[in-house]
Design a protein around this ligand. Structure first.
Ligand SMILES: [Zn+2]
Length: 211
């Protein structure tokens, strides 16, 4: 089963993705992770990506897609995968589904995590991080001492309410067309309520996926 996770920052895609992947016995694949692995292993596409990174450039979609193809040609994904952060735009959705079609495979499910903006601002705004060891914290105010190293907890600029609203707006502008595209292609898109208890969200997602 190949599942693409969609949803705003702070919706818990990373955490839920891991839990769902574990329950289904398939790997969770995040763009950043496979990119780092390909560079480390020196695959053909990894070397291409490294050339961009060494110049300080963003790795283009075409190379990311090449890395995804390497991942889907490997036995580790024979039973499927949960894809987190792989599809954020329509071109990326087209690229992924086209590449999978070449391999005789398809996305079985687009799983959309639904959380309202006020809740997301609350969740993301509650984050602080240690200015020394970078350990992230939830629900501790800036100025609190880090439990690990005694450093000071600070709030990232990205996690200020105004910045969060902007990130959410960028997300909606990019993702709304992806949702329309999935529907237009008559592919399966399931929206799940991603607010509340972590275990309950996992169960809701699994119930949708396992039908
Ligand atoms: Zn620390």
């Amino acid at each position: 089963m190949i599942v693409v996770l969609l949803g705003p920052p702070g919706a818990g895609k990373g955490t839920q993705g891991e839990r769902i992947a574990e329950r289904l016995g398939i790997p969770k694949i995040a763009t950043g992770d496979v990119l780092r692995a390909a560079v480390r292993d020196g695959t053909e596409q990894g070397l291409a990506a490294k050339a961009y990174m060494d110049r300080g450039d963003l790795v283009p979609d075409s190379v990311i897609l090449g890395i995804m193809k390497e991942v889907f040609e490997s036995p580790s994904t024979a039973d499927g995968a949960i894809l987190d952060g792989v599809v954020r735009t329509v071109p990326q959705a087209e690229g992924l589904t086209g590449m999978l079609a070449e391999l005789g495979r398809k996305v079985d499910n687009f799983l959309l995590f639904d959380v309202d903006d006020d809740e997301l601002v609350k969740r993301l705004g509650g984050r602080t991080v240690c200015d020394t060891c970078q350990t992230p914290y939830k629900g501790l105010e800036p100025g609190t001492k880090c439990e690990k190293c005694g450093g000071n907890l600070v709030r990232r600029k990205d996690d200020e309410p105004e910045a969060i609203r902007n990130r959410l707006e960028v997300y909606r502008k990019q993702t709304a067309p992806v949702i329309d595209w999935v529907k237009e292609k008559k592919m399966t898109l399931v929206k799940i309520d991603a607010s509340g208890d972590v275990d309950e969200i996992t169960e809701r997602a699994l119930k949708e996926l396992e039908g």
